[in-house]
Design a protein around this ligand. Sequence first.
Ligand SMILES: Nc1ncnc2c1ncn2[C@@H]1O[C@H](COP(=O)(O)OP(=O)(O)OP(=O)(O)O)[C@@H](O)[C@H]1O
Ligand SMILES: Nc1ccn([C@@H]2O[C@H](COP(=O)(O)O)[C@@H](O)[C@H]2O)c(=O)n1
Ligand SMILES: [Mg+2]
Length: 210
Amino acid sequence: MGTVVDAPATTNASKDVSENHLGDKQVTVVFVLGGPGSGKGTQCANIVEHFGFTHLSAGDLLRAEIKSGSENGTMIQNMIKEGKIVPSEVTIKLLQRAMLESENNKFLIDGFPRNEENRAAFEEVTKIVPEFVLFFDCSEEEMEKRLLSRNQGREDDNIDTIRKRFKVFVESSLPVVEYYNSKSKVKKIDAGKPINEVFEDVKGIFSLFA
Ligand SMILES: Nc1ncnc2c1ncn2[C@@H]1O[C@H](COP(=O)(O)OP(=O)(O)OP(=O)(O)O)[C@@H](O)[C@H]1O
Ligand SMILES: Nc1ccn([C@@H]2O[C@H](COP(=O)(O)O)[C@@H](O)[C@H]2O)c(=O)n1
Ligand SMILES: [Mg+2]
């Protein structure tokens, strides 16, 4: 991964995570990143069951927004079909609302931040710094195979959109992982292994925070 110069000590990136507040509650946030089909949603479900987090998938929130008939629905649907990243203000509002409405204070934010704009806007608007970033590392070959056999009726699980999503991941999302890596915040997992073996590695990380 590339090197990024550390931010000065006064920025949010180096702020003590115990100072994360949303409304009147203190929150813990873990960003869950990885390529399309790397297994983020699958492992988040396991983490919820074992470690009491609430799972917020940015993609799921955007898909729910389309279904709700929101004024942004058509724009979001078009962006998802093209594998493009929806403007940050839309996604951040959905994430903030979901965290405020939850009774929990521990959140797995899956598939966000997806680009530098997502990252900087979230930090600016919420002042929340992630406890750490869980990064699922998987080959494109394996991810493509998984997505093409996922069968959940997702409009973006077709080969043309999958290729576009891979390109966006490499060009826009990996730099975000590199940014957090430069802050020593990334915990990388080999996500190419079977589901239960990946979860053994995930458990090792979360037990430290249980
Ligand atoms: N370790 C694994 N080995 C084999 N198949 C897996 C593994 N992890 C997840 N899968 C399967 O791969 C598909 C994609 O997994 P999942 O939906 O969790 O990925 P994702 O990272 O959330 O993808 P997306 O970014 O597209 O939402 C699912 O059908 C899931 O059952
Ligand atoms: N921060 C994000 C997250 C997702 N999107 C859009 O949703 C699509 C599906 O996301 P998954 O995490 O469920 O794979 C993604 O390809 C984007 O079009 C987004 O815009 N911003
Ligand atoms: Mg997912």
